[in-house]
Every structure is written in structure tokens, then in C-alpha cells.
Write a protein that binds this ligand. Sequence first.
Ligand code: 3PG
Length: 210
Amino acid sequence: MTDPIANALLNTKVVPLVQADDPATAVKIAEALIEGGLTVLEVVLRTSEALQCLEAIVKEFPDAHVGAGTVLSAEHARAVLARGATFIVSPGLDETSVKVAQSAQIPIFPGVATPTELQHAWNLGLRTVKFFPAGLAGGTKMLKAFSSVFRDMRFMPTGGVSAGNLSEFLEIPSVLACGGSWLTPASAINDGDFSAITKLAREATTIARK
Ligand code: 3PG
């Protein structure tokens, strides 16, 4: 893994999802998260303007670590790299996306939920993966079981993580960071209440530092 991302993740321990319909809103969400102490952001490819949102955040916050999530294909991977993503996250394990990221020497965290997927990721040379959907796929118990076998694998649990269970995940030594959408609720975004996002980011930062 490229060191700046690893170091930033070790520091913040939380990766908020940014989903926006337009670049101006995306920048406001990013600003609110950064103000709350979260400087590693994952812009998800789930809206028609997602690539423009990614590009705008990269441009506006050059000191933040801006990655792309919901990257489903090699084509997506190339598109987000062209927009300046410094890491890639996928819900599942797609070898072609992994190859694109590895050729570009950009970290990629594909989602895994079973030992077979984990072993596949390990054999592709990956040593950090997303555990998704963490809550439904066995939570902390499953992670501990994975970690007892895959001793050099680090995890980014995502899916069902919240302020309520964040510390349980972060206490596991193999957990590098947790991801999630709880920091950027659609209701706050729709209401233009970006201070609510900063508040949630501060709460997560405080939990992560404990
Ligand atoms: C993801 O893409 O990582 C998940 O949709 C996030 O899951 P959450 O909404 O439960 O945080």
C-alpha cells in the first residue's frame, strides 16, 4: 500500500462515504467532514455526477486523501484514476479492477465476505481489503476468525458500522479503519445541514482516538 494512505488511515481510522448529486454539494460534504477531522474520503460512484464530484473534491482539497468507492469494473477504475483518486474501494473482488490499480500503484481495497474471496485477494498480492457488508457477514466475530488464519491481512469493515459499534471494530488489531455512510446522512445533505456532518465526523474522530 502506498504509505501516505496507510498513514492517513492509521491516523483517522474512519473513511466516510461521500455521495452527492452535484460537485458543489460534494465539496460542501467534504469540507464538513474535513472540519470534523476526517481527511480520508471515499467518493462513491452511485450518482450520474459522481466522477465530477470526485474531481471537484480532489481539486478543492489537495491535502485530503480522496479515493473512489463503488468501483465495479476496470473501466470505472481507469476513470477514477484519471480524476485523481488516490485509492479505490469496491464492494466485491474484481480482478480486472485490481490489475488496473496495481499497474497504477494505487491502493485498492476490494470487498470480501468469505474465506475464499479473502484467499483470492491474498493471492492477488493484496494485504488490505474491505470487509463488506461487515454487519451482515458476521461482524467482529467473523473478522477475528479471518484474522486468526490470514495473519498479514488488514481489514476495512464497512456496511453496518456506526458510532455505536465503531470502537468494537477498531479494537481488533487487524482492522486498519472502518468505512461507512453514517457520517453523511442523506437527510442532513438534503436539508443543507452540513454542520450535522461535521458533528458526526467529530464524534467518530473522538471514538477513533480512544
Ligand atoms: C458501502 O458502500 O461501503 C456501504 O454501502 C456502506 O454501508 P453503510 O451504508 O452501512 O455504512
